[in-house]
Design a protein around this ligand. Structure first.
Ligand code: UD1
Length: 371
């Protein structure tokens, strides 16, 4: 049987984490070959190279080198460059991950020239169209031929939107495959100890969503609040480049200075160090979708700094609660964790470390059925 060659699209940090287990599972299947196409949306060593190294992802076969830009220009550059690549090297399918600009851009390039599109992490909806990712999710799903879903809400959303049942597969969460596969190694890094902190005696924070960092008053309020919370318990804060760029633009750099060993503002962390810090934290405050999922599996209280989530299972069964960016709600929830009354989560079905194997089995069967 001739081998089907598929393109796996990676552009931004969360994509690398989702792609890694799929690559590993694909290497065990003879009928499907793959090319890794890196769009270049994330390019700093700390946002990119270190993830490839830590997760053992092979060097990309193709690099589109698009870099940063406004949504329109970044998406357009990826679309144009990936289309040019597709014209010369047509794959059996284009596989896209998650909800970043690289996801929608490559899905659009593929579908326009008749290459089938496969979406991993399909069906998630925050119902908040001010989020760039929500637009990316809606459009990518509308263009996809095969849709892999991580939680039951994804199934309901796709059915409601009229996606045919035979195009949807509920397979679980590939990001959790990476978490479970690297947890032991990550724990052995003891990243908190290198900062002089003890296990389960600190908080861990990440913020990078435009809704939290692109408005001066919101960002100032959140940063002041982090300094206040850190008086109760040290807080580790890896600062995303979007967040540091905003703080600089708004003249808030002083609030990102280290604070008497209470608020530890540190650069973006490699994957293993991040998981090490996360796994040993007492509480996590975040606006990241991935961290909502990872804390749910690790059983760590997660104050989700958003008004909504496209991952409702992390609230229903997991350990996450939506607290928005309202200081009162955040303070109260933080105190609840410190007083030990936060409710524990329950295991989430199919978040078992084997999702990528299910993806690859279904994908291979589907490709086989098309040839
Ligand atoms: C992107 C994704 C977001 C995801 C996040 C994870 C979209 C719309 N957003 O947001 O869903 O949660 O990645 O990190 O795709 N920058 C650097 N170095 C880099 C990359 C970016 O300095 O390697 C800076 C640039 O100033 C850039 C800014 O960060 O303009 C934002 O990067 P971008 O990829 O546009 O969006 P993110 O905020 O990272």
């Amino acid at each position: 049987m001739a081998k089907s060659i598929i393109d796996l699209i990676a552009g931004a940090r969360p994509n690398f984490i989702k792609l890694a287990p799929v690559v590993r599972a694909l290497t065990e299947v003879d009928s499907v070959g793959f090319r890794i196409v890196h769009t270049g949306q994330h390019y700093d060593d700390s946002m990119n190279d270190v993830f490839f190294r830590d997760l053992g992802i092979p060097e990309p076969d193709v690099h589109l080198e698009v870099g940063s830009g406004s949504h329109g220009s970044q998406t357009a550059r990826i679309l144009e460059r990936y289309e040019a690549h597709l014209m010369k090297h047509r794959p059996a399918a284009t596989v896209v991950f998650g909800d970043v600009n690289s996801t929608i851009a490559c899905a659009l390039a593929g579908v326009k020239i008749g290459v089938p599109v496969v979406h991993i992490e399909a069906g998630l909806r925050s119902f908040d169209r001010t989020m760039p990712e929500e637009i990316n999710r809606l459009l990518t799903d509308a263009l996809s031929d095969l849709l892999f879903v991580s939680e039951p809400s994804g199934l309901e959303n796709l059915r409601r939107e009229g996606v045919a049942e035979n195009r949807i597969r509920l397979v679980g969460n590939v990001m959790i495959d990476t978490l479970l596969g690297h947890l032991e190694t990550a724990r052995s890094r003891r990243a908190a100890k290198t900062l002089g902190l003890e296990k389960k005696k600190y908080g861990f924070v990440t913020i990078h969503r435009p809704s939290n960092v692109d408005d001066i008053n919101t960002l100032k309020c959140l940063l002041n609040l982090l300094h206040e919370l850190a008086e109760h318990m040290p807080v580790i804060f890896p600062v995303h480049p979007r967040t540091s760029a905003s703080a600089k633009r708004f003249g808030l750099d002083l609030l990102l200075q280290p604070d008497r060993n209470r608020l530890f503002c540190i650069p973006p962390q490699p994957y293993l160090e991040s998981i090490s810090l996360l796994a040993d934290a007492t509480v996590v405050l975040t606006d990241s979708g991935g961290l909502q999922e990872e804390t749910s599996v690790l059983g760590i209280p997660c104050l989700t700094l958003r008004e909504n989530t496209e991952r409702p299972i992390t609230v229903e069964l997991g350990t996450s609660r939506l607290v928005g960016n309202d200081p009162e709600k955040i303070r109260a929830a933080f105190q609840e964790v410190l007083s030990g009354t936060w409710t524990c989560g329950q295991p989430i079905p199919l978040w078992d470390g084997k999702a990528a194997y299910r993806v690859v089995k279904e994908l291979a069967d589907w490709l086989n059925g098309r040839t």
